[in-house]
Design a protein. Structure first.
Length: 416
């Protein structure tokens, strides 16, 4: 792959995830602070990404694969997204803010699949080339968090405006990317089976795959507690530069990615998945009992465990699905899992986390905290324990041991 093309695609990935990292991590702190939105409203706002993830496969299948050059569609979606984010940043009404954010996520979430597909179309060997390019997305997310944290603007609309400006830049940049025409003809009829083939759905009829899918759905429910409320929690208990410190989670994710082959060969798929879910439980226990004094190490541990939580469960899960599916339906099978996890699971998690957080709202703030955070984190930990126990008892691969597939593991990353 030519160096010039590698550089162009790397910039695209950097901007794609810089945008998301700029507004997503700190939005709850802003909404709870000057805007005084409730926990349910905050969690529902975070749930817009789940709705976008549910709609994205159908949007890509109906529109992107049939009617528009990928680079042009990316440009239009990001330009529209820039306007939506900027207008949303000026809203004080939840209904208006939510509507704008929902439309934005319907525009943004398909762009993650589109940037991947555009990259694959320009590569001679995606297994060799994609990982080193996709890692720039993780770096973009990290740098966005470091910038926001050091600017000390987490409780303001500034992060969303930075994301809007970045989206504008990304939109213009996309029109300079290589021409990537639609894969399918305009006359081809769209069906749901073209996105989720029957063969991919039939995988779920096997017991082990069904247990994995249910566990993936279940573990995404407490995951939404982390995404929606960690930054707000850290700010309320007095952690300085919380957004910057939270980038430690993405840094550990990149490190754990390198360790997966070593652990996979020694633990196998079941115990890799169990390790990932166990890290979920530990993270919430650390958050429940950590503080900015002697317990600061617990807060750091909870953040750094994100690498194990994400890589040992989600990336290992992607490897598991890749091994279970036939070559012709691997992409569809991965899309189905993403639909179940980042779509349905995160959507349910958004509603449940909001209800729990509102239930533990304090009538009188205690030391800057407006919620009884220990109970909130312990409940999310209990949900994680239940999923872990159910998976441990029900999942079995004794008759079909999994092997580590060839190729770069980073290419299996689907999102932050």
């Amino acid at each position: 792959m030519k160096l010039q093309m590698r550089a162009r695609l790397s910039v695209m990935m950097f901007l794609e995830y810089f945008i998301w990292g700029a507004w997503y991590v700190t939005m709850g702190t802003w909404l709870a602070g000057p805007l005084h939105f409730t926990g349910q409203q905050i969690s529902v706002a975070y749930g817009t990404t789940a709705i976008g993830a549910i709609v994205a496969p159908f949007f890509v299948g109906i529109v992107a694969d049939r009617f528009f050059d990928t680079q042009k569609l990316l440009g239009l979606l990001h330009l529209l997204g820039a306007a939506l984010l900027f207008v949303a940043s000026a809203q004080v009404s939840f209904s208006l803010f939510y509507g704008l954010l929902l439309i934005y996520c319907l525009c943004y979430m398909p762009t993650m699949a589109l940037t991947n597909s555009l990259s694959f179309r320009q590569m001679r060997d995606p297994k060799e080339d994609f990982g080193s390019i996709r890692v720039l997305g993780s770096i973009g997310w990290i740098i966005a968090g470091l910038i926001i944290g050091n600017m000390r603007v987490e409780a303001t609309a500034t992060p969303m405006r930075i994301a809007a400006l970045s989206s504008l830049l990304m939109g213009l940049y996309c029109f300079t990317l290589p021409k990537t025409p639609p894969l399918l003809g305009r006359g081809q009829k769209f069906t749901v089976s073209s996105i989720f083939p029957r063969e991919a759905i039939d995988l779920v009829r096997e017991r082990s795959m069904l247990v994995f899918v249910l566990a993936s759905f279940g573990i995404c429910i407490p995951l939404q507690f982390y995404y929606a409320f960690t930054n707000l929690y850290l700010n309320q208990i007095g952690v300085e530069n919380a957004a910057g410190k939270m980038t430690g989670g993405q840094m550990s994710e990149m490190l754990c990615m390198l360790l997966i082959p070593w652990f996979f060969r020694r633990l196998g798929v079941k115990y890799m998945l169990i390790s990932g879910m166990a890290a979920w439980v530990l993270r919430y226990i650390f958050f429940a009992y950590g503080n900015i004094g002697a317990g600061m190490w617990m807060l750091w541990a909870g953040i750094l465990l994100h690498g194990i939580c994400y890589d040992f469960f989600f990336v290992t899960g992607q490897i598991y699905v890749d091994n279970k599916a036939n070559v012709g339906i691997r992409a569809a099978a991965q899309g189905m899992i993403t639909f179940v996890t980042y779509g349905l699971g995160m959507f349910v998690g958004a509603w449940l986390s909001g209800a729990v957080v509102d239930h533990y709202h304090l009538a009188v703030p205690v030391g800057g905290a407006t919620y009884e955070w220990r109970s909130i984190w312990l409940i999310s930990g209990i949900i994680s324990v239940l999923v872990l126990i159910g998976f441990s008892l029900a999942f079995s691969e004794k008759n079909n041991p999994q092997k580590l597939p060839e190729g770069n593991l980073e290419s299996r990353l689907q999102s932050q």
